[in-house]
Ligand binder design. Sequence first.
Ligand code: B1M
Length: 217
Amino acid sequence: MIEGLYQQMKQSVLDGDYELAETLAKKALELGIDPLEAINNGYMPGVNEVGQLFSCGEMFLPELVQAGEAMKIAIAIFEPEMARRGSQRESLGKVVLGTVEGDIHEIGKTLVGTMLTANGFEVFDLGVDVSVSRLIEKALEVNADLIGASALLTTTMIKQKSLVDELKAEGLDKRFKVMVGGAPVTQEWAQRIGAHGYSEDAIGAVAVAKRLVGKAG
Ligand code: B1M
């Protein structure tokens, strides 16, 4: 039965049917399915297939937008539950988070923020298209432990390097740890640009963030 539900979730993203995506997310919560399981096994396969269809020209921008909306709405249904699961804990540290300048992909970044919050971090999510100077300014303002920069485009990954370079130039690279992520980002890229941490997904991001703030258990 759960497999059938996951299949419908995938299809709702492929069809850009955000009403169905929302209904299915609510149903998953009613059935007590772990939100992250539903995202990873239901909606993610849909959005990945959309990405493939888009790159080989079998799907076009309006459909990409609608698929993104369906995914976003489903995640919004799960967010309160994911946050609730971690709401009782003491703060593990402050994280300033954003998708880099020139990049408006927000779904993965928001998921990372939700998981960090659910696991006890205080997250300052600056949204998308965030400049390096804005990230640093906010980190100074809230006295952050960590800056998280997400990039989904090969053309915007370079801004993650700009962040690391700018922190070095301002003598702040010892004060703030930098975590990078996003579909085209790799461990090798993170090492090459001198970022302190990398994760390929939201669960891994929590483990990396804990390690970077010295709270790995
Ligand atoms: Co865009 N897009 N898109 N898109 N889009 C991609 C990224 C693309 C790979 C599709 C493709 O061609 N196959 C491609 C990039 C190609 C490249 O650079 N090599 C692409 C393109 C080309 C574009 C446009 C340029 C299209 C155009 O206009 N011609 C345009 C760019 C606009 C811009 O940013 N300036 C564009 C626009 C859009 C929409 C707005 C329509 C929409 C986003 C909607 C939104 O966010 N509100 C969209 C979507 C939906 C996608 C795909 C299909 C899905 C992205 C997504 O949300 N995935 C994507 C294809 C794909 O990735 N399969 C694609 C689900 C999300 C949960 O995963 O974001 O990877 P993800 O996040 C993961 C991990 O990466 C990691 O954890 C998350 C959870 O597991 N992670 C981190 C992410 N950030 C992290 C940060 C961390 C740690 C881990 O630490 C800080």
